[in-house]
Design a binder for this molecule. Structure first.
Ligand code: 13P
Length: 257
């Protein structure tokens, strides 16, 4: 099997940006930029702040755009002030959720163990998960990138069945490339995405590894997307800054088509 049989997924991670009215405007602008385009062979997702979900879901209704959230808690309900459950997201029309983003790991104490719990809860609620993994600059400089990524993948996916893996997308996001303007070279991105595929092959089956969508994320933009997305093991992108501008996001969607 090769890349053309895998689902290409272009997802925007809006992070902590856009008020609800602006969210609706941005979704409308992405729709307008894509008017007349055939996006049937690429899945497009906008992962938005919780308070923007309602506006984004309404604006995206009936279009090619799917709405995602940026995190969810592992419990169904309870005394977890400030948290949101996977069932709550589903009830609001959310289809995808990012789990384990490096900003959650770096600033909010997220660990591989909590990432694993969130992944399980999201899958049980029927969400599709975009699971983020990535190495720090020091780890890359120490030459331990592949070990780190393989460990993250193994812990984050502990107890996830082969059947559940159909609803998992993995995003390789080198932490040193996020929001820094420093992109991994297409070769570096491809190398680590291939290593992730090998880890999946060992954990599950080679066929499952071949069928899993693996994205690259980290300063992907309208200029560098073509080279990155052309790589054998890079099946899509998780885009921060450039996903907030409809023309730039559309250029990336176009490259994936
Ligand atoms: P940037 O595209 O802004 O570097 O962000 C990448 C990212 O963190 C997507 O999740």
């Amino acid at each position: 099997m090769n890349k053309k049989y895998r689902r290409a997924v272009i997802a925007g991670n809006w992070k902590m940006n856009k008020l609800p009215a602006e969210a609706a405007q941005l979704v409308e602008a992405i729709k307008a930029e894509n008017a007349g385009a055939d996006n049937s062979n690429v899945t497009v997702v906008c992962c938005v702040p919780y308070v923007d979900i309602d506006a984004a879901v309404k604006a995206a209704k009936g279009s090619f755009i799917h709405i995602g959230a940026e995190n969810c808690h592992w419990e169904k309900s309870g005394a977890f002030t400030g948290e949101i459950s996977a069932d709550m997201l589903v009830a609001c029309g959310v289809e995808y959720v990012i789990i384990g983003h490096s900003e959650r790991r770096q600033y909010f104490g997220e660990t591989d163990l909590t990432v694993n719990k969130r992944v399980k809860a999201a899958l049980e609620a029927g969400l599709q998960v975009i699971l983020c993994v990535g190495e720090l600059l020091e780890q890359r400089e120490q030459g331990i990138t592949e070990e780190i990524i393989s460990m993250q993948v193994k812990i984050d996916l502990a107890d996830i069945t082969e059947e559940q893996m159909k609803n998992i997308i993995i995003a390789y996001e080198p932490v040193w490339a996020i929001g820094t303007g420093k992109t991994a070279t297409a070769e570096q991105a491809d190398e680590v995405c291939e290593a992730i595929r090998k880890t999946l092959g060992a954990l599950y089956t080679p066929a499952l590894a071949e069928a899993t969508t693996i994205q690259y994320g980290g300063s992907m933009n309208a200029k560098n997307c073509e080279e990155l997305l052309a790589k054998e093991h890079v099946d899509g992108g998780l885009i921060g800054g450039a996903s907030l501008k409809a023309p730039d996001f559309t250029a990336i969607i176009k490259a994936a088509r």
